[in-house]
Design a binder for this molecule. Structure first.
Ligand code: ATP
Ligand code: MG
Ligand code: FE
Length: 355
């Protein structure tokens, strides 16, 4: 199966051609990503209207580039896939409408893919990985722990009750006068700081479900910065290190719950895996925390290459290929984009107004 995928849910415009063989292995024949980072940097965050317009202006040429890089034509595709949620509605409309038009003119099936399902299944493209497994998704817009039981079979075990983790990094950076995007800037500053100089609260520690909360941490950082004003460069580094440490302690604490739950539920599963996805997975301190926590519980850590952890279209094409292999034949051409679409309510396709 060869599928063209399109991704436009946030601030990356992307197109990709992916091949999936009947034995479950796959290849990325092409993957092009246009990051709009620069257009949003001046605003310190993604501006929806600017994002939608940028998708419109580059998507056609990205689709052409993905096909030509892959050495294929539209005729060679078995299906056309696009992210149809969750995300910024203007961007979703651009990608989904483009995919619908291509599906319509070629007579190929359309796959309206849940962006989170893309993140959840990517590791099966890059690694030899069987169901069930645990997923930790940490990005600018999402923070969740999910059980991936199979294609179309997801259980969300925990999510953030306020800010996403990437958002918390971005806001912390802004508070401290560091550049956008905040994650890499905070990580860099933390590298030169003392993580034990300030003791920040570890959110939700001890609560029974593996949920997350990061807004309290952000407030603590603000109070700290105010109390220390005027902050020296060293203090900024120390605050970043302390923040990153609290984040890592929180992730380890939350994952403890998920690992135990998984092992109780699937005692016979020998190859236990935790898959990580999302841009925050680039953080090295976080990665080593996760690796340590996983090892303690007898799980292996599966981390797809970074360019597949952040938003891309290969994951969308691959998710569609996995759905096709599972016998799902496609989605109606009047499928509506959805700004909200939880992973565990995957099966609900919305047509019409899409509320
Ligand atoms: P979505 O949430 O819709 O999947 P997104 O564009 O918000 O998409 P990604 O592109 O996956 O998310 O990741 C971007 C986020 O990752 C930003 O919040 C950024 O600050 C964060 N990030 C990137 N590198 C690092 C890092 N080294 N440490 C911490 N956070 C990072
Ligand atoms: Mg992004
Ligand atoms: Fe994403």
């Amino acid at each position: 199966t060869t599928i063209l995928g399109i991704e436009t849910s946030c601030d990356e415009t992307a197109a990709s051609v992916v091949l999936r063989r009947p034995d479950g292995t796959g290849d990325i024949l092409s993957s092009v990503v246009f990051s709009q980072l620069e257009e949003h940097a001046a605003y310190g965050g993604v501006v929806p209207e600017i994002a939608a317009r940028a998708h419109v202006s580059v998507l056609d040429s990205l689709v052409a580039a993905a096909l030509s890089d892959a050495g294929r034509t539209l005729d060679d595709m078995d299906a056309i896939a696009a992210t149809s949620g969750p995300g910024l509605i203007g961007g979703l409309m651009v990608g989904l409408m483009t995919a619908k038009a291509l599906a319509q003119v070629t007579g190929k099936p359309l796959y309206a893919v849940n962006h989170l399902e893309g993140h959840a299944l990517t590791a099966r493209l890059t690694d030899n990985l069987d169901f069930p497994y645990l997923l930790l998704l940490v990005s600018g817009g999402h923070t969740q722990i999910a059980l991936v039981r199979g294609v179309d079979e997801y259980e969300r075990w925990g999510t953030t009750i306020d800010d996403a983790l990437g958002e918390a990094f971005d806001k912390t950076a802004k508070l401290l006068g560091l550049p956008y995007p905040g994650g890499p800037a905070v990580e860099k500053a933390a590298g030169g700081g003392d993580p034990k100089r300030f003791r920040l609260p570890v959110p939700l520690k001890g609560t029974p479900d593996p949920d997350f909360s990061f807004s309290g941490l952000k407030t603590a950082v603000r109070q700290l910065a105010e109390a220390q004003a005027p902050v020296s460069d060293q203090t900024i580094c120390d605050i970043c290190a302390s923040f990153q440490r609290a984040v890592c302690l929180s992730l380890a604490d939350r994952l403890d719950i998920a690992f135990s739950r998984f092992s109780e539920r699937f005692p016979a599963t020998a190859d236990r895996a935790l898959v990580i996805a999302g841009g925050v997975a680039a953080n090295k301190a976080l990665r080593s925390t996760l690796a340590e926590a996983a090892e303690k519980h007898g799980f292996r850590l599966v981390a797809p290459p970074l360019e597949l952890c952040t938003d891309n279209a290969a994951m969308i094409a691959w998710a569609a290929a996995e759905r096709r292999a599972a016998g799902i034949e496609g989605d109606p051409l009047d499928t509506a984009p959805r700004s909200r679409w939880p992973l565990d309510r995957q099966a609900e396709t919305v047509v019409g107004s899409g509320k």
